[in-house]
Design a protein around this ligand. Structure first.
Ligand code: OGA
Ligand code: NI
Length: 358
């Protein structure tokens, strides 16, 4: 971001140890360091939902004139009531997905020194490391991450694109274009559901900026004491999540309880982010979610974010509000995003500050 003529995001995150390196020191008596142990109240009540309970949206049906109308209605209610759905028959080339999966697995498996070649620089968010570490005594997540800007191509900062494994860049490039296409399909049907022209929604996403966050959650012998990713809403507009080895761990918050989401094999888990909740004036919901850790298995996920343009504004689209009441402030997205990053992961609290009271 900083190197390509745009304003830098400029958010300081403190450097902390790699969790994968920490996890590799396990012995039978291993105690998780106190900085990772969550207080009981952080964990909350958890309910397990099966894959058939989270709304399932079928892209083939959305595209088929015989089923489209009904499927768009389902899509709209999934975005409005759940803020989450599973996308099946998405048509993304299997080989492209598998290549991306094997490259990210290999990347996280590299010795720490090699991953540090693309370490997050101070004041920015791209690279390998951790996000949202704002103080030396806050609790830490049980995960390492790798974050890069992927679209448009001019926003790529190649110094953060790993050269090892050697096929990584090509795999990421191809996966990124496929997911951009997929996101655009979804936006088209969402525009239809919201009763606005596709072009209106596309102009809110001007140039369709995309970034990716790849999360690596090493196994933890005291998995019930830690969180892989603290409760948060996504600052982006929309997220398409792929679980690399079908190891589950995502939980979403509904009516004050945490639901463990078991996604269908091969499906993307799609969720609405803060920027889209604001664009849609609250018709679509950005729901809190988090990731838990497995005691025995490593879990890797790839979150592909459709962002609002940093140079643009976020707020209710006039075509959605149609002269009614605006429920959110309108503000510069870069300012919004900086605030999001420095507000740390605290559920929906930052988004709530954007709401206009009645
Ligand atoms: C994220 C996220 C969930 C997961 O990266 O924003 O919510 O299951 N990830 O990894
Ligand atoms: Ni998220």
């Amino acid at each position: 971001m900083a190197s390509n003529g745009e304003e830098p995001v400029n958010v300081e995150s403190l450097q902390v140890e790699s969790v994968k390196a920490l996890a590799s020191q396990f012995s039978d008596q291993y105690e998780v360091p106190a900085r990772y142990v969550r207080p009981e109240f952080d964990m909350g009540e958890v309910v397990t939902k099966t894959s058939s309970e989270l709304p399932i949206i079928d892209l083939k049906k959305l595209q088929d004139p015989r089923f489209s109308e009904e499927e768009i209605t389902k899509l709209g209610s999934a975005c409005g009531q759940w803020g989450f759905f599973q996308l099946i028959n998405h048509g993304v080339d299997k080989e492209i997905i598998n290549n991306m999966k094997s490259n990210i697995r290999e990347f996280f498996r590299l010795p720490l020194e090699q991953k540090k070649a693309v370490a997050i620089a101070s004041n920015d968010i791209e690279g390998f490391g951790q996000h949202f570490v704002v103080s030396n005594d806050q609790k830490l997540d049980w995960a390492d991450l790798f974050f890069v800007n992927t679209q448009p191509v001019e926003r790529r900062n190649m110094k953060f694109w790993p050269t090892n494994p050697p096929t990584f860049r090509d795999a990421l490039d191809k996966y990124s274009s496929e997911l951009e296409k997929l996101a655009k399909y979804l936006l088209k049907f969402m525009a239809n559901d919201l009763g606005i022209e596709t072009e209106v929604l596309f102009s809110a996403f001007k140039e369709h900026p995309q970034c990716m966050r790849m999360n690596c959650y090493p196994p933890c012998p005291q998995a019930e004491k830690v969180l892989g990713l603290s409760a948060h809403t996504d600052g982006a507009a929309m997220t398409l999540l792929l679980q690399v080895d079908e190891v589950q761990g995502l939980q979403i918050r509904q009516d004050g309880k945490w639901l463990s989401v078991e996604a269908l094999p091969g499906a993307f888990v799609v969720n609405i982010g803060d920027a889209f909740e604001m664009f849609s004036n609250g018709k679509y919901k950005s729901i809190e979610h988090r990731a838990v850790v497995n005691a025995a298995k490593e879990r890797i996920s790839i979150a592909t974010f459709s962002m609002a343009p940093y140079s643009g504004m976020v707020g209710p689209l006039p075509e959605v509000v149609k002269g009614g009441k605006e429920n959110y402030k309108t503000m510069n997205y870069l300012e919004y995003f900086r605030g999001y990053l420095s507000a740390k992961l605290e559920g929906r609290s930052y988004l709530e500050t954007m709401r206009l009271s009645n």
